[in-house]
Design a protein around this ligand. Structure first.
Ligand code: TSX
Ligand code: MN
Length: 579
């Protein structure tokens, strides 16, 4: 129950449409969470894990046909098709509503309807935004409690502000033929039917904090980005904050939780967020950023003591695992975790390597940010943190140098718009194909990419205060197919160079595609990287880059007449400098 009439009447209307048995207003309390978990243990929605090694940890097994986001069934429903852009599927709003009404009609018979008020961002921050998700999935409720500020405090803020994103979700019958994720950015609405999977069902995350928020951010003059946020503290106690966007399978969560190597005594990396960044220009001309999330919904496979010790430390308590395998003593297990052996796979079958991996490649952990050893207290600051540098990245075996600094804001926007990654085995499609993924927002930008680049370019007013923009590539390979850069903790050396560039310290060499470290300004002490390898890591091959620029130009052009001329000019200038 709420005293906000528009919220109460929407809930009443949805309850009537879905014909739910009962309505539960989520408070977000411990007690409520305990009850929801107990109830799911009874129905099999959750399975208890080893409570000695993993207190408060549970396993959820999804329907085997419901294990990932469904981009082909995800729509942006703007009144004008062009506003959604060729980067989105589009449906006319009233047609989409009619379709969804049919699906939601009577879909909660015999079920409880949960009303989840949530706040994306610190509860007292002017940068935060609220929403209400209605769902019939108790799994969604317990996950939303970890991923957002959920319950009474959020409801109080919503009642005060009177404005919130309306999210409606039902798992329906999980029929892949009757599954849709609809966004109505003009009226701040989300409707998701037929999937219980995270990105399709936890509406605060990709649907609200990226698709709806990016649309809202454009009209309000801020940015909602698919970026991690970290703080680098030097031995003098100064902290520089960095936001970074990478396509999937580049190790964003690992970078957000990086542990500086022994060669950086007294340095510390603080985690603000691992997935989403909302930022806005302050009166001081700097970008101030918050992490709208309150938890991590991370990919489990590949997470280990070696790749991400901070993540491993937080996954022993109060964590929900989805689609991982089990050891003989009921501990969660995934490929790459440790030398334990799985006995049960993610579908609950006896583990048989000939039937595939023990954990689904997209299996996940959900855990509160407060469990992360490197979690920054500044993540709770209502004013956010000031961003010194923005990093774009991609997985490229050839061509793209280890690190590159843009020559201007506009050139930096080009680096973001031209981002690309080679597909890995985990993704569908051919392995090794280069796929463009501008600002890592391809599946998440709630409006036309061409307008999005115009919006990015519009911030180039006070260039002296703006963050510097960089591009990194941890994935260069030698002719013998081995990685040239050690990556992981050693990426600290690249972050060090980036911060030094922001404070005008480190030297750089100007090339046609941007500034690269001069051979002595990147700290390589103790790495034993041969000079030839370093040269290759930082080389700019004119012939190959001319081909790349032609490809980028065609790609940007494919967005049509709305593609900003200033972006095409950046592209042409780089091409001319290469020639
Ligand atoms: O997350 C990764 N990062 C960022 C870490 C802060 N990964 C894993 C990507 C899959 C999600 C990386 N993989 C990184 C990286 O920097 N680099 C690589 C490639 C690589 C893999 C193994 C080695 C080195 C590089 N091993 C040895 O050199 C022994
Ligand atoms: Mn993401």
């Amino acid at each position: 129950m709420t005293r906000l009439a528009q919220l109460q009447s929407w809930v009443d209307q949805v309850a009537a449409l879905t014909q739910c048995d009962s309505v539960h207003w989520c408070t977000g309390t411990e007690e409520e969470n305990r009850e929801l978990i107990q109830q799911q243990l009874k129905t099999g929605g959750l399975i208890e894990l080893n409570q000695e090694t993993h207190p408060g940890c549970y396993l959820h097994r999804s329907d085997p046909a419901d294990v990932a986001r469904v981009e082909q069934l995800t729509f942006v429903c703007t009144s004008n098709k062009e506003d959604a852009g060729r980067n989105n599927n589009w449906m006319e709003p009233s047609a989409a509503r009619a379709r969804m009404n049919e699906l939601f009609s009577g879909c909660m018979q015999g079920r409880t309807l949960y009303v989840i008020p949530y706040c994306m961002g610190p509860i007292d921050s002017p940068l935060s935004r609220c929403g209400v998700e209605i769902t019939d999935s108790p799994y969604v409720v317990v996950n939303m409690r970890l991923m957002t500020r959920m319950g009474n405090p959020a409801l109080r803020r919503i009642e005060k502000e009177g404005r919130f994103v309306r999210g409606l979700h039902s798992i329906g019958t999980l029929d892949p033929e009757r599954r849709f994720i609809m966004h109505f950015p003009e009226s701040l609405e989300i409707q998701s039917f037929g999937s219980g999977y995270g990105g399709n069902a936890l509406l605060g995350k990709k649907c609200h904090a990226l698709r709806i928020a990016s649309h809202q951010a454009r009209s309000e003059g801020w940015l909602a980005e698919h970026m991690l946020i970290l703080g680098v503290e030097n031995p003098q106690g100064e902290v520089h904050y960095i936001a970074a966007a990478f396509p999937s399978a580049c190790g964003k969560t690992n970078l957000a939780m990086l542990i500086p190597p022994a060669s950086y005594p007294g340095w510390k990396v603080w985690t603000i967020g691992d997935d989403i960044c909302w930022m806005r220009l302050g009166d001081d001309g700097r970008f101030w950023a918050i992490n709208p999330e309150a938890g991590f919904f991370g990919v489990a496979p590949g997470t280990s003591q070696e790749t991400n010790a901070n993540a491993m430390a937080m996954l022993h308590k109060d964590t929900i695992f989805t689609n991982v395998g089990l050891t003989a003593d009921n501990q969660p297990w995934w490929e790459g975790k440790d030398s334990n052996r799985p006995v049960t796979d993610w579908q609950g079958r006896p583990y048989d390597p000939s039937k595939g991996p023990a954990a689904h490649p997209n299996s996940r952990f959900t855990v509160s940010s407060s469990r992360c050893p490197s979690y920054s207290e500044k993540a709770e600051a209502s004013e956010g943190v000031p961003i010194s540098a923005i990093i774009f990245g991609g997985r490229r075996e050839r061509l793209v140098p280890l690190v590159l600094e843009s020559k201007s804001w506009g050139h930096g926007v080009l680096l973001g718009a031209a981002m690309a990654s080679e597909t890995t085995a985990a993704a569908t499609g051919a392995v090794g194909t280069v796929r463009r993924d501008p600002m890592a927002m391809l599946p998440f930008c709630g409006y036309n990419f061409a307008d999005y680049w115009t919006h990015w370019l519009s911030f180039g007013q006070r260039p002296d205060q703006l963050p510097k923009i960089f591009h990194v590539n941890w994935f260069r390979k030698d002719t013998d197919h081995s990685f040239m850069w050690p990556g992981f903790g050693e990426n600290m050396r690249v972050l060090d160079w980036i911060i030094q560039r922001c404070s005008g310290k480190a030297a750089a060499v100007e090339t046609a595609i941007g500034m690269v470290p001069d051979q002595s300004s990147l700290n390589l002490e103790g790495l034993g990287i041969p000079t030839a390898t370093l040269q290759a890591l930082l080389e700019v091959n004119t012939k190959d880059w001319l081909a790349e620029m032609a490809n980028i130009s065609d790609y940007l052009d494919s967005y049509g007449s709305r593609t900003p001329a200033a972006l095409m000019e950046q592209c042409h200038r780089v091409t001319a400098d290469l020639s």
